[in-house]
Design a binder for this molecule. Sequence first.
Ligand SMILES: CC(C)(COP(=O)(O)OP(=O)(O)OC[C@H]1O[C@@H](n2cnc3c(N)ncnc32)[C@H](O)[C@@H]1OP(=O)(O)O)[C@@H](O)C(=O)NCCC(=O)NCCS
Length: 307
Amino acid sequence: MLKPARQLARAVLEKLRRRQGARAVRQARRPVSRAELTAGLERLGILPGDVLFVHSSLKSLGYVEGGAATVVRALQDAVGPGGTLLLPAYYMPGGSIRAACEQDGYVFDVRHHGTHMGRLPEAFLASAGIRRSIHPTHSVAAWGRHAAWLTAAHHLAPSVFGQGSPWQRLLALDQAKVLGLGVSMGPITFYHVLEDALGAAFPLPVWDAPARSLPCLDLAGQRHEVPLRPFCAALAQQRIDHRSRDDLRAYFATEFTQAGLLHAGQVGEAASWWIPAHAFYAHLERLAAQGITIYATPEQLAARPLA
Ligand SMILES: CC(C)(COP(=O)(O)OP(=O)(O)OC[C@H]1O[C@@H](n2cnc3c(N)ncnc32)[C@H](O)[C@@H]1OP(=O)(O)O)[C@@H](O)C(=O)NCCC(=O)NCCS
């Protein structure tokens, strides 16, 4: 089959699959409206003017009337016109930095590439007024007051999460929060900011390959070589986002709750939470000094029992 025809067939199949998935959720779950989501975010402690980095699971929210675009609007309602939203719009061929580096001829094009991070980031990218950072694996989408500044220098950052990256810049803003909508403390990119900031001083070597660079095209079609570094594949198997690490996710949730930093509640049907970004970073730093990182082994956790 010719390539365009194959692509079209794939797109049609995906559309049918998604329609079936949405139907299944509608039959099984309670309907949730934009107003209910906004009210849930407000009850959770999200304020006008907040700067939110959002990780999400759409299906955890219940059956959202209008789909992911409704969640985007509810988030915008909650932070208001003076607020800012950031979502992971990562496009990662092969599913990792290492795999992206191994793709022959891969060039990230911010004008054409979508995202592999789920339905909410997809809807966010398709909505109005979005800025997007130029990065071959970790492009971030943003809306609102600080969107342009947060995304402007990612391609110039010396590392994925380093100086000038959206996460690093997030730390400079008041009211910056990391928000989990229906997700655990596993798939949270913010952890990596500490690794890039500490470099060789981080308690363990999280990279096992030299830094590389991949080409990216910006909105004007101009080419940039953007540095990035593959994570150690073996360590990723014991990281907090690995399916085997319920213990580490539970440890972090309890640790951050007991430290008074994790604010939990319900948005729609989803168990949700937020942590203020500055305090999040400072506490990760404190934990790392005590040998607890997102790679901590069960033995390391046992050696530092929770209160
Ligand atoms: C992986 C992950 C996205 C899966 O969550 P999910 O809810 O299954 O997936 P999405 O958020 O993409 O939502 C799609 C699902 O919502 C459901 N859905 C469809 N329409 C819906 C609607 N109107 N209302 C509610 N749910 C709906 C469907 O089940 C759909 O899945 P399907 O198309 O495979 O059937 C989530 O667990 C996760 O990890 N999120 C964080 C991702 C991230 O930020 N990663 C970066 C950190 S490293």
